[in-house]
Every structure is written in C-alpha cells, then in structure tokens.
Design a protein around this ligand. Structure first.
Ligand SMILES: C[S@@+](CC[C@H](N)C(=O)[O-])C[C@H]1O[C@@H](n2cnc3c(N)ncnc32)[C@H](O)[C@@H]1O
Length: 320
C-alpha cells in the first residue's frame, strides 16, 4: 500500500488562535457572526455527511451526477497527474474523478477537519492501494503551500463550498487559487445555482433536523475549545433566503435573553430574546456571475456543465 502522508501546514496552536480571534470578533459585533469553518470538528464532519444523504439536500446528488457524466471529459481535457482538492471532506464524490484519471500520480486532499482527512484517506487507500495520498490539514483561505506533486495539476473545489465565502473573500480566494496554477493546470469548481426559494430553504432546513444539529454544533465547538457555556438547545435553527445577495443564511436565534460566558476569552456575551447569530452564508450562482468572478481573478471559464435538473454547475477554468 502507498504511504499516506498527513501534513499540518498550520502550527498546532494556529487553529486555537484563529478560533479565538474569530469568536472574539464575531460575538462582539452587531449582528453577531461566526465563520462556517468551525462547524467541522469530527462530529460536525459526520453531520455534514449525513446532510449529503438527506432527501432535501440535492447539491451532492446533482454534483455527483455531473461528475459521473463528465469525469472522462474532465480527465481528457485536464490530463491531470495531480488532483488537489480543497475542502475535500469525505472525498466521497471525488472517487468518480479519481477513477477516470488514468495517469494520476498524487491526490492531495486539503481540509481543516483532520478526522475527515483520515477517514477519506483510509477509504481511498483500501480501494486504490497504488494511489499516493498526501493530505493537508490547512485553511484554504490562508495562503496554501502545496506539496510539489507532478503536473498537470487539477485543483478541485466541490460541494458549492465557495458559496460559504463572502464576495470579497471569494475574490481573494480565487486570486490565490490562480497563483497556484501553472500553464496546463486547471480549476474544477462546483457552484450551486439560483433556484426556487422553497427548494433552497428546504435544503438547509430538513425535516429530520440534521442541519439544525449541524448548525448548533458550532456552539459545542466553542464550548469545548474555549470553555464557553452556550446552551445549544436555547437556540433555534433558521435558514433564510436573501434575494438581494442571492444566498441562504443560516442563523441561530436565541430563544430567551441570556448571557454566555467564554472564560478563555474573558468575555461575557449578552443575547437578547430573538437575537440572531449568523453562522453561514451559502451563495447561489448564475453562469455570468461565475464567469465574471473567475475573470476578475485571471481565470477563464472553459467549460460549464450542469446536472439534468439545472440545479448545480461544474466549471472548468484555466489561467488567462
Ligand atoms: C460543504 S463541505 C463540502 C465537503 C465536500 N467537498 C463535498 O463536496 O461533499 C465543506 C468542507 O470544507 C471544509 N472546510 C470548510 N472551511 C474550510 C477552510 N477554511 N479551509 C479548509 N477546509 C475547510 C470542511 O471541513 C468540509 O469538509
């Protein structure tokens, strides 16, 4: 079996420092916010996998359909010898791509969730013992230092995760991806598309309440890591469509007025009854918008594929 390499590109205490900074900044402003990357401890990563199997959560199924249909074309056009996947999670859908890439040398999954990287590498190596897997525990918004794997390289960013970045963050992120591409390399980008509000809202507010638990998980992470005393049950899960920005917002609404103590930050955070904490945006896209955002980062949209229901799109882009 090929060796599995796990590299932490962040110092061990960087996650802690970043969480402290985000919590301090996000909970002392109005309206209160927390960035979505803190959902993903081991339990959050498991809950996300559960979400991908829910009847309401169409994006995973739609993107998988495109990957199955287009994997051979993507393989032919990219000729990739290295596949780098940002926010790879379980790498479950990626298998379709890995199977189609005949000359693949290395797979580099990049994620903040160490447990997700371990699980993914274990499952992949059991099925593909010859694959070289070099997993990176890293924040894809923080300037990535990728291992020197052979080109051409295909950088995949699937799941619509780019929609979790705000527009100015997306601009910075796409420029940083552009800086990683050499001639012959390509970006494969998954974007969820604008559609009927009730379909979108249901995808983030499922009947079984799994997304609600996922949303509340960020409070459990802050409790565990910073000694806070959030009562997750004291917050209602909300998923709202914002038509101006064309994004879904997930929020946690305090059921009653109370205060939360965060001893590690020496902070007491007051919540009014009904006060909302924004935990995620999930932007939905249109083809022209994706083309424009790629263009602003020095990337050209070469291919645009959608699923049979026109719900989700995969773009293939190269450096201009
Ligand atoms: C919406 S899930 C998508 C997972 C998978 N790509 C899919 O399509 O099913 C987002 C993934 O990105 C990871 N993630 C979120 N923010 C991140 C960040 N700033 N840097 C690295 N990984 C991040 C999460 O741990 C999670 O695995």
């Amino acid at each position: 079996m090929s060796p599995f390499l796990l590299t932490r590109t962040l110092p061990v205490d960087a996650t802690d420092a970043a969480l402290r900074a985000d919590v301090l900044q996000g909970l002392t402003r109005h309206p209160k916010t927390l960035p979505p990357k803190w959902f993903y401890d081991a339990h959050g990563s498991e809950l996300f996998e559960e979400i991908t199997r829910l009847p309401e959560y169409y994006p995973t199924r739609a993107e998988r359909e495109i990957l199955i249909d287009r994997a051979d074309e993507i393989a032919r056009v990219s000729g990739a010898r290295s596949l780098i996947e940002l926010g790879s999670g379980s790498s479950e859908k990626t298998r379709h791509l890995l199977d189609a890439l005949p000359v693949l040398h290395s797979y580099v999954p990049v994620d903040v969730s160490e447990s997700a990287l371990h699980g993914a590498a274990e499952a992949l190596l059991a099925q593909r013992p010859g694959l070289s897997v070099h997993a990176l525990i890293a924040d894809f918004t923080g300037g990535l230092a990728l291992p020197g794997t052979p080109g051409p390289r295909l950088i995949a960013f699937l799941g619509g995760t780019i929609g979790n970045l705000l527009p100015d963050e997306r601009a910075v992120f796409l420029k940083s991806v552009r800086s990683l591409l050499s001639p012959g390399d390509a970006l494969l980008l998954g974007t969820d598309l604008v559609k009927e509000e009730k379909v979108l809202v249901a995808a983030y507010d499922d009947a079984a309440g799994v997304t609600a638990e996922f949303n509340r998980n960020v409070l459990r992470v802050v409790n565990r890591e910073l000694g806070a005393d959030f009562d997750p049950a004291g917050f209602d899960h909300m998923a709202l469509w914002n038509p101006e920005h064309e994004w879904i917002e997930m929020r946690l609404r305090a059921r009653r007025a109370h205060t939360v103590k965060i001893p590690d930050l020496d902070l007491v955070v007051p919540f009014e009854a009904g006060e909302e904490l924004r935990t995620e945006v999930s932007a939905k896209f249109r083809r022209d918008g994706v083309r424009a955002e790629l263009g602003s980062a020095g990337l050209r949209l070469d291919q645009w594929w959608t699923d049979s229901g026109d719900r989700f799109a995969l773009s293939l882009a190269t450096a201009v």
